[in-house]
Design a protein around this ligand. Structure first.
Ligand code: SAM
Length: 245
């Protein structure tokens, strides 16, 4: 059971996220506990203030450190087992590898910033800083949903027996092969004939080749860092010679 808490000034944002798909299934199965924690309860004034003007001037507001650190301590209780993660565009960029690493933790606390960001001193109280990409969101809530969704689907038992992660994009360091369902012909576009013939080995090889072709085109950086076995070498040569035609 993974215990995930999210510290936020907008806890209700998570209501529908937790009602559908894999997060909902994982909660129902008792494989994960996800709880949005209202940061305002840790404010120490009657107005429940969690932000203030920036020292040195400038536009916007900055989230105060004291409510956040009180929130961290409250979730940590007396243990140090909680992995505290700040969602920030300045963190290490989320990858499938990082998701795997975090999915093995027993307890996570995700801290969501808002406004112009969080007082710098909060960094002394967190273990990790994660970015979901090189762009700026309005708040850490959507970023934390991205992270939680990716974690939850890695928990054994969450995906139904008809879904698998081992062929998915990034799992084997490649993008996934193209997928098709009915109809067989759609607006003039046919399903590749190899998928209709029922020859499992040919389908396996075709899928691996398409995976490599797609990755070469869209993410050559992934190809450069993968292990090249004999079949991959052969398939890459085929892809190269076909592209010369
Ligand atoms: N001024 C900050 C900066 O330039 O680094 C950005 C603040 S952003 C408007 C408000 C909050 O959204 C951040 O504190 C962070 O929690 C969240 N956020 C924005 N972009 C993000 C990203 N790419 N990954 C993770 N969290 C992000």
């Amino acid at each position: 059971m993974i215990d995930i808490r999210v510290l936020t000034i907008f806890p209700n944002i998570f209501d529908s996220f937790l009602m559908y798909g894999n997060p909902a299934r994982a909660i129902q199965m008792g494989l994960v506990k996800i709880q949005a924690v209202d940061l305002r309860q840790f404010a120490d004034d009657p107005r429940r203030t969690t932000d203030d003007y920036p020292y040195g001037g400038g536009i916007g507001m900055v989230m105060k450190p004291d409510p956040i650190v009180r929130g961290i301590r409250s979730v940590q209780g007396s243990t140090n087992e909680v992995q505290v993660i700040l969602l920030t565009p300045q963190g290490r960029q989320l990858t499938q590898q990082i998701v795997e690493e975090l999915s093995s933790k027993a307890s996570l606390l995700l801290i969501c910033g808002r406004y112009e960001g969080i007082d710098e001193r909060v960094r002394y109280f967190v273990h990790d800083e994660i970015s979901v990409g090189d762009y700026v969101l309005s708040g850490g809530e959507t970023a934390s949903m991205v992270l939680m969704d990716a974690i939850v689907r890695l928990i054994p038992g969450v995906l139904g027996s008809d879904s698998r992660i081992d062929g998915e994009s990034f799992y084997n360091g490649l993008l996934e092969y193209p997928q098709y369902t009915r109809p067989r012909e759609f607006e003039g576009y046919e399903v590749p004939s190899v998928l209709l013939e029922g020859h499992h080995e040919k389908i396996r090889r075709w899928r691996r080749k398409m995976s490599l072709k797609r990755t070469t085109k869209h993410r050559p950086d992934l190809i450069r860092s993968m292990t090249i076995d004999n079949e991959v070498k052969e398939l890459l040569q085929e892809i190269e010679s076909e592209s010369l035609i």
